[in-house]
Design a binder for this molecule. Structure first.
Ligand code: IDP
Ligand code: MG
Length: 139
């Protein structure tokens, strides 16, 4: 098996709720190596670009407002099967439907304010990493 990278975020609700440290501890406990990490405040244009695939959805304006409502942590994580494994650890988009023990079940507030983001597939991971990090940030 070979190492893979994924892109992850700790979203504004989890940062505001002082849950970022607990989520980072879980990331390490799951065997991810934190390749890059920074606290970041997204602009409206950045949030719109990041979630461009959802631009036509009814929830898009609220999602963008929420994502710029406070700082987030953006990071690059490395592990075997990193993309799929981080999605598994996060749980379903809607915390109410997420399995027990997942990040979204434990820390999510709603289907919108759901504590964490993870790339859906490796091609998304590559794009999302370069959205926030340059090659020299990946250590
Ligand atoms: P994902 O984050 O699990 O990949 P997506 O469907 O890609 O889920 O949606 C991106 C983000 O948009 C979600 O994490 C959540 O914050 C928000 N979102 C998704 N569906 C809804 C909805 O039905 N209402 C409000 N917000 C939503
Ligand atoms: Mg998604």
């Amino acid at each position: 098996m070979s190492l893979e990278k994924t892109f992850a975020m700790i979203k504004p609700d989890a940062v505001a709720g002082n849950n970022a440290g607990k989520i980072l501890a879980r990331i390490e406990a799951e065997g991810f190596r934190i390749v890059a990490l920074k606290k970041h405040q997204m602009t409206k244009a950045e949030a719109e670009g990041f979630y461009a695939e959802h631009a036509a959805r009814g929830f898009f304006p609220a999602l963008v407002s929420y994502m710029i409502s406070g700082p987030i942590y953006v990071m690059v994580l490395e592990r075997e099967d990193a993309v799929a494994h981080w999605r598994l650890v996060m749980g379903a988009t809607d915390p109410a439907k997420a399995d027990a023990g997942t990040i979204r079940k434990e820390f999510g507030q709603s289907i919108e304010a759901n504590a964490a983001h993870g790339s859906a597939v490796p091609a998304d991971a590559a794009r999302e990493v370069t959205y926030f990090f340059s090659q020299s940030d990946l250590i």
